[in-house]
Design a binder for this molecule. Sequence first.
Ligand SMILES: Cc1cc2nc3c(=O)[nH]c(=O)nc-3n(C[C@H](O)[C@H](O)[C@H](O)COP(=O)(O)OP(=O)(O)OC[C@H]3O[C@@H](n4cnc5c(N)ncnc54)[C@H](O)[C@@H]3O)c2cc1C
Length: 465
Amino acid sequence: MNTNEQTIIVWFRSDLRIEDNPALFEAAKEGRIIPVFIWSPEEEDMSPGAATRWWLHQSIKSLTESLEKLGTTLVLRTGESIKNLEKLAKDTGAKGVYWNRRYEPMIRRRDDEIACQLRQAGLTVKTFKASLLAEPEEIENKSGLPFKVFTPFWKHCLKKLNASTPLPAPQKVEPPKVSLRTTELSELNLEPEQDWGHSMNEVWTPGERGAASALELFINDSFNDYAKIRNFPNTKGTSRLSPHLRFGEISPRQIKHSLEQSGHAHWKESHYLSEIGWREFGYHLLYHFPHTVREPLRPQFNRFPWKENSPQLRSWQKGQTGYPLVDAGMRELWATGWMHNRVRMVVASFLVKHLLIHWRHGADWFWDTLVDADLASNTQGWQWTAGSGADAAPYFRIFNPTTQAIKFDPEGDYIRKWVPELRHMSAPDIFEPSKVDRGQNYPNPIVDHSDARDRALKAYEKTKA
Ligand SMILES: Cc1cc2nc3c(=O)[nH]c(=O)nc-3n(C[C@H](O)[C@H](O)[C@H](O)COP(=O)(O)OP(=O)(O)OC[C@H]3O[C@@H](n4cnc5c(N)ncnc54)[C@H](O)[C@@H]3O)c2cc1C
């Protein structure tokens, strides 16, 4: 510890870890630390959904335990962030507030204002990069503009990727001299009222240790075959790190470093690292085009003739469309808070192209039900699917949910797992809405694929007018 000991507030936000946490690491060098988490959902661009609240509850619990082991207690507060920070500083005589940066539009504005107010009050404010490999404003094309196409963006990022290694957790943290009131975690009311957490508990281990084991398992078992198996929803072919990344229980730098250390020769060019790159790209787009959270990046999509159809939206949300792969995905999402990327693309395409329902409705449902719901990746995923985003899937490429199932769930195992009404069926009949047995109350298809396809292509013409 520094002999000119100071007290620093470390404001935890989407960085719920003690390893490779620059704000915590730097603050620990200065002296005493007050780690604080402030629950202020009304300050967010979109108030966190039910699934992320569940995860947050578990993640805060895990962070609290980690900090206890280091010798300090996480202070929990609710309400306006600035008021809480000012009061904490006053009550403890803290000299500074450190935090790791976030990039959502409203949060950036809020953080700038908070930094300004705290500095005016004489406090030192330091902020750090912790959740991305490259800061969005550091990456620009030759004309000095943001990238709108992934491949050149990622090539550019790879060139800039430096050899920095993750920071260790501080060995010991000095608590503040005064004892501080903290809100009970249960008072945050983050856990769902219905018995939803139970099924999620079986699938996930939120927290920094859960993240580290998921990464280790993935590197040992699946990294080598990732490019081959990542599209098959019934395999454990992907890392399932998305909720851990969402809450900052692991950093992209830790992932990059572990790949590097794993001895795999082509880790840098690997398909896996490029998926981490898609996450970076989402943040790049969100930073430079913040309006895309609600509006299309490509303005011609403002002319798209979206349809309001609540009964069909409800059927989609409940996994009752009569298309087995779509229903399997939507039910996996409801039960576990997660859905495989291939299936996310299929269900999202079904909503916007087969049903012509605005992608915002889909994004909102995902926001509420995904444990990894993330403003950058969710916005990018939906705009990409709708054809209105950067580097988007062309609108006229319409996924056929039946052929997608044949290709990516060839034995029908994934469908059987999530759609119990079809458990007695086998491939190929299980894929085809017109052939599945409806005796077990499985619904009729809510639209006919080829009619829906023709209708979508006609609707797309409007964007060209
Ligand atoms: C409509 C739609 C909505 C989506 N919403 C979200 C969301 O809210 N939050 C979210 O984290 N991801 C979202 N994705 C991206 C992707 O589906 C998930 O990141 C991925 O399925 C997570 O599983 P994994 O961790 O096993 O991924 P892996 O295949 O193991 O990939 C490793 C990591 O790379 C990142 N990644 C992988 N694919 C993508 C991608 N296409 N776009 C951005 N980052 C990616 C994730 O952080 C992921 O954890 C969405 C995709 C679509 C099509």
